[in-house]
Design a protein around this ligand. Structure first.
Ligand code: EAX
Length: 345
């Protein structure tokens, strides 16, 4: 006699039990199958602090697209953006803890986690984008990405924010002396704070975004690439733009190290390559937009100093290399290496 749960016939003693057991096994197998197919389409969480249209977001979108295409959608990417996970410092903490898998984060805030990375932001280090690419895609860039592992990050690539320029609401800044006393918002970064101190300004570290602080006058000034002024409408609250290009602002594109190491080798390779390709495409895109942004900022009424007195800035930061923040042997070594690499013809 067949029980409702038995798939076998003819009936034998004990069939009722074995049939029930077998049904349970079938159900378990079905559940596992379902579960596995869900697990096969795994979602990677990726954090950026800025919003759609920003440099970080463009890199994230490109990465997501490449990963999904190349994995046949067995890997998908969910982008957390617009400060939904807090500031970049908070995002780094979450990636470090493994609560978030990956991030595209401005280099500045990394320096409280991995002090060595600050060498990339050394003022007036790169004379142009070709030098940036040669150095960061070369052995020095690779060595710097390697340093991230001791903080629990896997460094995959450098995408970019761009060259940073000073803006303020008070007066034109042509020479370094004009920046004296300005209340400048800086990233949550040891290096950026020291830099603006050396320039005689009054630096205030804070996370992103900063529109309301500029609007309320808690701070007078900020420094960022041109796209930021447009995407975040900072031209509404900052009158003067000086094209200082004082720091090349990279993003570091990272994964939680333990999460990354636990992935199958082919997925590690796919993710690494997708991030490198996304970073390369994003840098090209970023550079192609600069002239458009500058034109828009002029049209919006910003007063632009196209050729500030850069030697006056350089003079004040000549002694920066002697500061304690570069004293640790590995930081010193990487600083010397990156300066040498950037100066090669
Ligand atoms: O890209 O905090 C900053 O100034 C960063 O450049 C910000 O992420 C905007």
């Amino acid at each position: 006699m067949l029980t409702p749960y038995s798939f076998s016939s003819p009936a034998r003693p004990g069939d009722r039990i074995s049939g029930t057991l077998r049904m349970m096994l079938v159900l378990c197998a079905a559940f596992l199958c379902l579960h596995t197919s869900v697990a096969m389409a795994r979602q990677i969480s990726l954090a950026v602090v800025t919003k759609p249209g920003s440099a970080q977001y463009v890199a994230a979108e490109k990465f997501a697209q490449l990963v999904e295409e190349r994995s046949g959608k067995t890997l998908t990417v969910r982008i957390y953006h617009s400060g939904s996970l807090g500031t970049e410092t908070e995002m780094l903490q979450q990636i470090q803890l493994g609560a978030v898998n990956m991030g595209i984060i401005t280099l500045g805030p990394f320096d409280t986690f991995v002090p060595e990375v600050k060498v990339v932001a050394f003022p007036f280090l790169f004379k142009d984008y070709a030098t940036v690419d040669r150095v960061l895609d070369g052995p020095v860039g690779t060595a710097i990405l390697g340093e991230l592992e001791k903080a629990g990050f896997r460094g995959l690539a450098f995408s970019e924010n761009g060259f940073r320029h000073l803006t303020n609401s008070r007066h034109p800044v042509h020479a370094a002396a004009d920046a004296e006393g300005l209340k400048v918002r800086v990233m949550e970064s040891t290096f950026h704070k020291e830099l603006w101190r050396a320039l005689g300004a009054n630096p205030t570290p804070m996370g992103w975004p900063i529109y309301s602080e500029l609007q309320q006058g808690t701070i007078d000034a900020q420094e960022n690439p041109l796209w930021v002024l447009s995407v975040y409408k900072l031209f509404e609250v900052q009158k003067y733009l000086s094209l200082t290009g004082h720091v090349y602002s990279a993003h570091i594109d990272i994964a939680n190290l333990a999460w990354f190491n636990a992935l199958p080798a082919e997925e590690q390779a796919l993710i690494t390559l997708a991030m490198r390709d996304a970073a390369r495409l994003q840098r090209e895109w970023n550079r192609s937009q600069e002239a458009v942004y500058l034109e828009e900022l002029r049209t919006q009424g910003m007063i632009v100093d196209d050729a500030p007195n850069l030697p006056s800035f350089r003079q004040r930061i000549d002694k920066l290399r002697e500061l304690d923040m570069y004293a640790a042997p590995r930081t010193r070594e990487l600083l010397d290496q990156i300066i040498r690499a950037a100066q090669q013809p």
